[in-house]
Ligand binder design. Structure first.
Ligand code: NAP
Length: 279
């Protein structure tokens, strides 16, 4: 094998994928640690998913990240699925093993928690209820992670109620479903508030909800990171809440994959944030 052929390749698959910040992030880490390797975006249509993913190891890929719309479908292609990916029903990180098996994991939930732990070290999730707004793919990872860190009750509100009911049946009695129109009323005494909807994202409808009942000691976080400071975070901060933006989740969820593929645990710090924001 030539020296070139041994250079590990990784990337992100999606459809579309051009918007992904992952190539900027992994590219920055590769340069920062002086590692050999490449990380590239690959646009794969859903109909080609299984065939193309199986050819990637032969091309020198050691693993990939998976983004929309493939995060659920990839579970049917993987040979080994971690418990947390199975529980969430989606994977975002694949490892192509030497024995030819495809290992699928989901690091969104651990990335979500690592972001909060890093930026709000006093956050004590087990001391009271959490409010989760939204019941899409990201909410599944967030709810699994909140349960794992001991949140006693998760108040869940979603525009489409049956989707929230689905999460209630998957994650159990700690999840209590509320009407979307009542969401402002469930903020009272919440220790943690998470927006997992796309509301407030650039190009999407505004996030409009009264925060009058928000506890000023709550930790408020938004998965939306464009803009970095969403309207929710601006208003919550003005009320005295600790707020954490969603960019750190993106950075932390990427770290385990980078370590497995390129052999170096990367730092998630201010320099990393800057590199991604400037890309
Ligand atoms: P998804 O599966 O498409 O879910 C979208 C969610 O937003 C659903 O709960 C949906 O409600 C809700 N929603 C959309 N438009 C709405 C509206 N006009 N009014 C009320 N609710 C609305 O998407 P996802 O993968 O969960 O991602 C959700 C957000 O999280 C996106 O902005 C994504 O970029 C962000 N995200 C960030 C990270 C990170 O690392 N920071 C990671 C993953 C996701 P319905 O069920 O009623 O449609």
């Amino acid at each position: 094998m030539t020296e070139l052929a041994r250079i590990p390749l990784a990337g992100v698959i999606g459809h579309p994928v051009a918007h992904s910040r992952s190539p900027a992030l992994h590219g920055y880490w590769l340069r920062r640690y002086g590692l050999k390797g490449h990380y590239i975006p690959i646009d794969i249509a859903p109909t080609d998913l299984a065939n193309l993913v199986r050819t990637l190891p032969q091309l020198g890929f050691v693993g990939i990240n998976v983004t929309l719309p493939h995060k659920e479908a990839i579970l049917n292609i993987a040979d080994i699925v971690t418990d947390r990916a199975a529980l969430i029903g989606a994977a975002n990180t694949l490892i192509f093993r030497h024995d030819g098996k495809i290992h699928a994991d989901n690091t969104d939930g651990s990335g979500f928690i690592a972001n909060l732990r890093q930026n709000a070290p006093h956050w004590a999730p087990a001391t009271g209820p959490a409010v989760v707004l939204g019941a899409g793919g990201a909410a599944r990872a967030v709810i699994a992670a909140l349960i794992e860190v001991g949140v006693p009750e998760i108040r869940l509100a979603n525009r489409t109620r049956p989707r929230a009911e689905g999460l209630r049946s998957d994650f159990g009695a700690k999840v209590v479903v509320h009407e979307w129109v009542q969401a402002a009323n469930i903020l009272e005494d919440a220790v943690t508030v998470v927006n997992t909807t796309s509301l407030g994202m650039t190009g999407k409808p505004d996030f409009r909800m009264s925060l009058d009942r928000l506890n000023p000691h709550a930790l408020v976080t938004d998965l939306v990171y464009t803009p970095l400071k969403t309207q929710l975070l601006i208003e919550a901060e003005a009320m005295g809440c600790t707020v954490v933006d969603g960019l750190g989740m993106l950075l932390h969820q990427a770290a385990p994959g980078f370590e497995r593929w390129f052999g170096q645990r990367p730092d998630v710090d201010e320099a990393t944030r800057k590199a991604v924001l400037q890309a």
